[in-house]
Design a binder for this molecule. Structure first.
Ligand code: C2E
Ligand code: CA
Ligand code: CA
Length: 415
């Protein structure tokens, strides 16, 4: 269709080129058209073909006499070019030209480029193309960026992930994962409970915040083993508090989507509460709406059963991602947790305030409580109080802290 090399020929040609001119710096560019399948569906194959042919034409121009250009498959192209001939301008101008190929389309066609400036010519060409492709992936769906570069932060990231995975088991056995507590405060300033947030207390690196390892553990499913451990620490603490002045407090634990695949969440939670003799209302379950959206029926069912058993279901980060209002009618949610970040976009302050106020009104009418988290200032607290919020969590009140510090701060010693 396009007269370009196919994937195998491209790999072969590039290898030859690198071999004949090993001194010359070269770049690999991987290009992909957004939603190309839609073009075929909406405008027909013929238009789709035109787009591919045009793309091939522009890329061929870019290559000049020395570059190598290929269609890898469907709407994916690859180019090998002398680095000195590479420029963002030339890629942007291709994108400009291509955006007008289909004139009747409401949304202009968008082509994106991943770029790998070859550092190690010994690496196989398919791996190099993989680097460029990986760079491209980082800007998928981005509204602004059309060009992304591969750099060794990818490699550093990979190594970091591997280190986490390799040391996780040992760290878990060594009890290096500790729970921290951040108080949840009512309008009259009293602590009602706390969110349980994990910290990795590493023997050499010191305190590692969850942002640095949760993602990696989620990718591999290891998160379920960490969460089980964290939940157990929370249950143990609740048992310790029984019969003391802390008896009235609840703890909110975090559940990750992956937990539902690797664990029988219902069994795990109910057994934990039974084993430690904890009333279900003392253990609140924070679940993000994306969890409930991922495998709706199964997860909703489990969540609903936990609710019926008496555990409080809290929707974490409500309104941040896909707001799934319909979900609220299908399961009984006890608490909506809204992140203050939602309100911090000063440009839209008035609108944000109206939305927040309406969420609070709605939740009241649906019989749900609301907690606002990420509260950092007195002004925010006052604003929230004015629109009817009665529960708060955030740095303004306290940062997450070790259990002992929490107990010292909020309770008389030895009580
Ligand atoms: P999250 O569940 O949304 O937790 C709230 C995060 O906001 C916490 O970050 C908390 O320290 C932070 N925060 C609290 N108050 C404020 C404030 O006033 N301003 C700002 N800017 N931030 C505030 P942290 O502890 O770093 O945890 C990050 C995320 O890691 C959590 O977000 C949660 O998604 C995840 N996570 C933490 N512990 C666990 C766990 O045991 N299991 C699982 N699955 N995820 C966890
Ligand atoms: Ca949370
Ligand atoms: Ca949150």
């Amino acid at each position: 269709l396009t007269g370009l090399y196919n994937k195998e020929a491209f790999y072969h040609k590039v290898r030859q080129q690198l071999h004949t001119e090993p001194e010359k710096a070269q770049s690999i560019i991987y290009a992909n058209i957004d939603d190309f399948k839609l073009v075929n569906d909406l405008f027909g194959r013929k238009t789709g073909d035109t787009v591919l042919i045009k793309t091939a034409e522009y890329l061929t121009d870019l290559c000049g006499t020395e570059g190598i250009c290929a269609r890898i498959n469907a709407d994916k192209f690859a180019v090998c070019l002398a680095k000195q001939h590479f420029s963002e301008d030339s890629l942007n101008s291709i994108a400009e030209k291509l955006s007008t190929v289909i004139q009747k389309s409401a949304k202009p066609l968008c082509i994106r480029f991943g770029v790998y400036h070859i550092e190690d010519p010994q690496v196989t060409v398919s791996v190099m193309a993989g680097y460029a492709k990986r760079a491209l992936k980082t800007i998928k769906g981005d509204t602004v960026k059309r060009i992304a570069y591969y750099d060794n932060t990818f490699l550093v990231q990979k190594q970091r992930e591997q280190r986490i995975m390799a040391t996780f088991d040992g760290a878990l056995n060594d009890r290096q994962f500790k729970i921290f507590l951040q108080p949840q405060i009512s309008a009259n300033g009293e602590v009602q409970g706390a969110e349980v947030l994990v910290r990795w207390i590493h023997p050499e690196q010191g305190l590692i915040p969850p942002g640095e390892f949760i993602d990696t553990l989620e990718k591999t499913g290891l998160i379920s083993r960490l969460d089980k451990n964290v939940w157990e620490q929370a249950a143990e603490l609740l048992r310790q508090w029984q019969g003391t002045e802390k008896d009235g407090l609840y703890l909110s634990i975090n559940l990750s989507a992956k937990d539902f695949y690797y664990l029988d969440v219902y069994e795990t939670i109910t057994q934990l509460a039974e084993r430690y003799g904890i009333a279900p209302q003392k253990l609140r379950l924070e679940i993000t709406e994306s969890v409930l959206m991922s495998d709706v029926e199964k997860l909703m069912d489990i969540t609903q059963r936990l609710h019926e058993r008496g555990f409080y279901i809290e929707i974490d980060d409500f309104g941040k991602g896909y707001s799934s209002l319909s979900m609220l009618k299908d399961i009984d949610v006890d608490v909506l947790k809204i992140d203050m970040e939602f309100l911090n976009e000063t440009e839209h302050e008035e609108k944000s305030r109206i939305i927040l106020e309406s969420i609070i009104e709605m939740s009241k009418r649906l019989g749900m409580a609301v907690i606002t988290e990420g509260v950092e200032t007195q002004a925010q607290t006052e604003l929230l109080q004015n629109i009817g919020c009665t529960m708060f969590q955030g740095y303004y009140f306290a940062k997450p802290m070790p259990v002992q510090e929490f107990e010292r701060k909020y309770f008389v010693q030895g009580a």
